[in-house]
Design a protein around this ligand. Structure first.
Ligand code: AMP
Length: 215
């Protein structure tokens, strides 16, 4: 089984994927995390991806597919995985079907309003070491701006600035939102409300998955 999480930046895909990994043992695959890792390690691929990410644009498909293919091929993905931030274009959706054909999938579209997202992402902090996600308003760390798990000082993502957030949202509307039509036509698309607290969003995701498992 693979679970595809669609939804604009900041809709909660990463937090939902973290919880699914913890509760259901399905590895979370975030192409954003993989690309940020490559950029941090200063690999040739990471160097090519960096500028696109800083501007809030899509990284070219050949780079994204390279990191995804390598990750999906690892043994922990044999029984399934959760995709956070992939696919983002129709071409990527087709590549996924070629890369790992015939795997049953559930697609969850987390719908959120732009103004709520800009506010949410402006308050987002991440742990540079373990990638845990915090929000200074709705999910602050226990100790001021330090990760609960490893004590690392939290950071802001460079692309969580309001003007870059708006650009990421625009790119989402233009390139990624149309994917819902594709998955609706295939069957297996579930839209949920992403405007509430992450606990409520995750409860809805669980309801979708439990309903599907019982079918
Ligand atoms: P995310 O962490 O999912 O918000 O992704 C952060 C940035 O990484 C995006 O704004 C893109 O620049 C890049 N990125 C992540 N996933 C993809 C993808 N599937 N296709 C193209 N670019 C991506």
């Amino acid at each position: 089984m693979r679970i595809i999480l669609l939804g604009p930046p900041g809709s909660g895909k990463g937090s939902v994927a973290d919880r699914l990994e913890r509760d259901r043992g399905l590895p979370k695959i975030s192409t954003g995390d993989l690309l940020r890792g490559a950029a941090r390690d200063d690999t040739p691929l990471g160097r090519r991806a960096r500028g696109y990410m800083e501007r809030g644009e899509l990284v070219p498909d050949d780079l994204v597919l390279a990191v995804l293919a390598e990750r999906i091929a690892r043994p922990d993905c044999r029984d399934g995985y959760v995709l956070d931030g992939f696919p983002r274009t129709a071409a990527q959706a087709e590549s996924l079907e070629r890369l790992d054909p015939g795997r049953p999938e559930i697609v969850i579209d987390i719908r959120s309003d732009e103004d709520i997202i800009v506010r949410r992402l402006s308050a987002r902090r991440v742990c540079p070491r373990c990638h845990a996600i915090y929000n200074m308003v709705s999910r602050p760390p226990r100790e001021d701006e330090r990760c609960d798990d490893d004590g690392t000082p939290l950071a802001r993502r460079p692309d969580d600035r309001p003007e870059v957030i708006r650009e990421r949202f625009r790119v989402y509307r233009e390139s990624t939102a149309p994917l819902t039509g594709r998955y609706a036509a295939k069957g297996g698309l579930h839209g949920i409300d992403g405007n509430g607290a992450i606990e409520d969003v995750y409860a809805e995701v669980r309801r979708v998955l439990d309903r599907e498992a019982g079918r």
